[in-house]
Design a protein around this ligand. Structure first.
Ligand SMILES: C[S@@+](CC[C@H](N)C(=O)[O-])C[C@H]1O[C@@H](n2cnc3c(N)ncnc32)[C@H](O)[C@@H]1O
Length: 293
């Protein structure tokens, strides 16, 4: 398990969350911890609204890449999409498989591919999917490897939906390195067969999530870590000194990054761009297939 996966699992366990993405804080939703599940549901609703409608001749095959706990995957199945998931996390895969039990819609039993998207064996999936969805998972995948795999699994006129954080190039230092460089992403997409059909900047709609996380890190996690440190230093001074010598620098760096107070909603808005993108492989009127906001 790497540190990013640990972060996702801790967030899920600490806040009892079913979704692992940002929340969407529209329409006067009060920014407080107890509203995170509602804000996350609004984020999922936003994505589902972007999916091409099944009324226009479905069924549609969907690949949910980095499907988290399987929450969105199951919602898609409930709506009649023939959806499968990709997930490299052993821990999350147990949750997803549990959720998928009994979820198969008529004619489709959802598959879970327990691997990284980069390692997906596409030999039996060539040209299979109408839609490949990355809900806050694109940042974890090398762009050129993602593009290669998309070329294999997408139908000729298939759609790619990406909703994720990207890093901006600018004078402000990015305190947390998350998200691909937007500039690099555009450059690589320009050299690919994908054609853009939608681009929405939703940074301001999701950024209040950062204010909540910052509050939790500063006012709950940091004091809890300080108390644990004081306790251990008093009870086990030798072990504590040893642990500090071995992992102290790395631990301090992680704490400074996440609890240091540098990562605020304002810094996020200045250094990141949270985007919804849709791309198609096919020529013609792809934009008509993605609902406008
Ligand atoms: C922030 S979570 C988003 C989860 C889910 N899509 C959602 O919207 O709630 C990131 C997801 O990407 C997955 N992931 C990380 N690296 C990946 C990779 N290389 N290939 C596919 N999925 C990956 C993680 O296991 C996790 O499920």
């Amino acid at each position: 398990m790497d540190s990013r996966e640990l972060g996702l699992l801790l967030a899920r366990q600490l806040f009892n969350l079913d979704d692992l993405h940002f929340g969407m804080w529209d329409e006067g939703l009060e920014v407080r911890l107890s509203n995170i599940p509602l804000a996350q549901q609004r984020f999922s609703d936003y994505l589902i609204d972007k999916m091409p409608s099944l009324d226009e001749g479905g069924p549609l095959r969907v690949l949910d890449v980095g499907c988290g706990t399987g929450q969105l995957l199951c919602r898609l199945l409930e709506r009649g999409y023939r959806a499968d998931g990709v997930s490299p996390s052993h821990t999350l895969n147990r949750v997803i498989l549990e959720r998928l039990k009994g979820m198969a819609t008529v004619g489709h039993k959802a598959q879970l591919f327990p691997c990284r998207f980069e390692d997906l064996d596409t030999s039996s999936l060539t040209g299979l999917y109408d839609i490949v969805l990355f809900s806050e998972s694109f940042q974890f995948i090398k762009i050129h490897r993602a593009l290669e795999k998309l070329g294999s699994v997408l139908k000729p006129n298939g759609l790619v939906l990406i909703c994720d954080t990207f890093s901006l190039t600018g004078p402000r230092q990015d305190p947390i390195r998350s998200g691909h460089s937007l500039e690099k992403f555009f450059r690589l997409i320009d050299g690919s067969p994908l054609r853009q059909v939608a681009d929405e900047d939703i940074t301001q709609r999701v950024s209040p999530t950062i204010a909540l996380l910052e509050d939790v890190m500063q006012n709950r996690v940091k004091p809890a870590l300080d108390s644990a440190h004081h306790y251990l230093r008093g009870r086990h001074p030798v072990m504590t000194r040893l642990a500090k010598a071995l992992w102290g620098r790395r631990f301090r760096r992680t704490c400074d990054r996440h609890c240091g107070g540098d990562y605020t909603q304002q810094t996020f808005e200045a250094t990141k761009s949270y985007r919804f993108f849709a791309y198609t492989l096919g020529p013609g009127k792809g934009s008509e297939r993605v609902a406008a906001s």
